[in-house]
Design a binder for this molecule. Structure first.
Ligand SMILES: *Cc1c(COP(=O)(O)O)cnc(C)c1O
Length: 423
């Protein structure tokens, strides 16, 4: 199946007489006839459902669809994108470990890695992702366990160089984890470029209409944990908290997701509700059409902004003269996403006047959905940061993040035109 068909036919596969649409299994528990069978479920000797905190058929169908879209071998849903990135790292790293992350990542992830994981004894080194390979190599240490980046970064919309980072990660015997939220598997499939694990905030394009917060982790099955068994004791030595199972031995390519489910989901419980998974599935059915329109619209708006004399700068990797256009063309030949960044001339005051003058485009702490919205990180999401801290986080104080929706692009351009005329 081509990816468009997968959006509709992967995941829930009804047999004769079953519902055509994915049912919501709104049940915490599942019934069994014998005590023996239930025992085998707990020993992971039989597959089956017993408690929704661990697994639920609705969630599993949706995870299977995302897994197929990404071309992975196993996947799981989480309650949010934050939970997905936390689980992806925490499934590998423990206190005393270190990992490397691009500094150009979503603010919430930056905080998770730099502050919360640090309190748990896991150290993250943030690196400038545009540094040459030899420079980046210097950040690897004996206790480095993973490398992390975002396909297209939120909010700076830069593009990740998969070839460079997968070469580096694999040379040092660690997996490359990529947050593919903005590009979605429609525009980029990181496994085809050497990534080992992919995460998503499904809250964004996958849901597409801003109805449910959610996340997903997908494993390519390509990373050979046992080859570097001394680095990954959590996967390669018996888990005393789970009947002494050695995940990498027992589950092979399914080891990463099995461990994250049996251990992390069991203990931390960040599940997606089956009802939200149902909404997510509806979003996934049209993801391929929506991504195409998001990109078309964003390119039109970006080109318009670029030509306007009240605009200081525009970043959108699909623009021919963008710094990241070459990488974008290589990894995302059909377009990156519908998010772009730009600045209005005249600083904070003019930016605010401009934003307040918009009619169709709304100010929202959201991104990547059907209705166009924008945000000024320095005044909104990142307002606690000083100007210096903003620059350190790679966010220009004048940056406005514009998430282009599915409206007619001409209406959006008209709205921007009249708001610019006001300043
Ligand atoms: C929004 C976002 C997250 C966090 O996801 P939530 O679903 O809000 O928890 C992580 N990564 C990226 C790239 C995001 O845009």
């Amino acid at each position: 199946m081509k990816i468009e068909t997968k959006c509709l036919h992967e995941g829930w596969k009804p047999t004769q007489g079953e519902p055509r649409q994915l049912p919501v299994f709104q049940s915490t528990t599942f019934k069994y006839d014998t005590s023996d069978y239930m025992g085998k479920l707990f020993d992971l000797e039989e597959t089956g459902y017993f408690y929704t905190r661990l697994q639920n058929p609705t969630n599993d169908s949706v995870a299977a669809k995302i897994c197929a879209l990404e071309g992975g071998v196993a996947a799981m849903l989480t309650s949010s994108g934050q939970a997905a990135n936390f689980f992806a790292i925490f499934n590998i790293c423990e206190a005393g470990d270190h990992f490397i992350s691009s500094s150009a990542i979503y603010g919430g992830t930056y905080n998770l890695f730099g502050v919360t994981l640090k309190k748990m004894g896991i150290e993250c080194t943030f690196v400038d992702q545009d540094l040459p390979e030899e420079e980046l190599e210097k950040y690897f240490k004996p206790n480095t366990k993973a490398v992390f980046g975002e396909t297209v970064t939120n909010p700076t919309v830069t593009v990740f160089d998969f070839d460079k980072f997968s070469r580096l990660a694999h040379k040092h015997g660690v997996p490359l984890i990529v947050d593919n939220t903005f590009a979605t598997p429609i525009n980029c499939r990181p496994f085809e470029w050497g990534a080992d694990i992919v995460t998503h905030s499904t809250t964004k394009y996958m849901d597409g209409q801003g109805v449910g917060v959610g996340g997903c982790i997908v494993d390519s099955g390509n990373f050979d944990w046992m080859k570097y068994a001394d680095k990954f004791p959590g996967l390669c030595t018996p888990d005393e908290s789970y009947h002494g199972i050695t995940y990498a031995e027992r589950f092979g390519k399914g080891a990463f997701i099995t461990k994250a489910t049996a251990q992390l989901m069991r203990d931390l419980g960040s599940i997606q509700s089956p009802q939200n998974a149902f909404y997510l599935n509806l979003g996934l059915e049209t993801l391929h059409i929506r991504m195409q329109r998001h990109c078309e619209n964003a390119l039109k708006v970006a080109s318009f902004l670029k030509s306007h004399n009240k605009i200081a700068w525009v970043h959108y990797a699909d623009l021919e003269d963008d710094k990241y256009n070459e990488l974008a063309k290589k990894y995302m030949p059909n377009g990156t996403c519908g998010v772009l960044a730009f600045a209005v001339k005249g600083g904070r005051e003019k930016s605010i006047k401009f934003m307040d003058s918009l009619n169709i485009i709304s100010i929202a702490t959201h991104v990547a959905d059907a209705k166009t919205c924008l945000l000024h990180p320095a005044s909104h999401t990142h307002r606690q940061l000083s100007e210096t801290q903003l620059i350190e986080a790679g966010i220009a104080p004048d940056l406005i993040r514009l998430s282009i929706g599915l409206e007619n692009a001409d209406d959006l351009i008209e709205d921007i035109k009249q708001a610019l005329a006001n300043i």
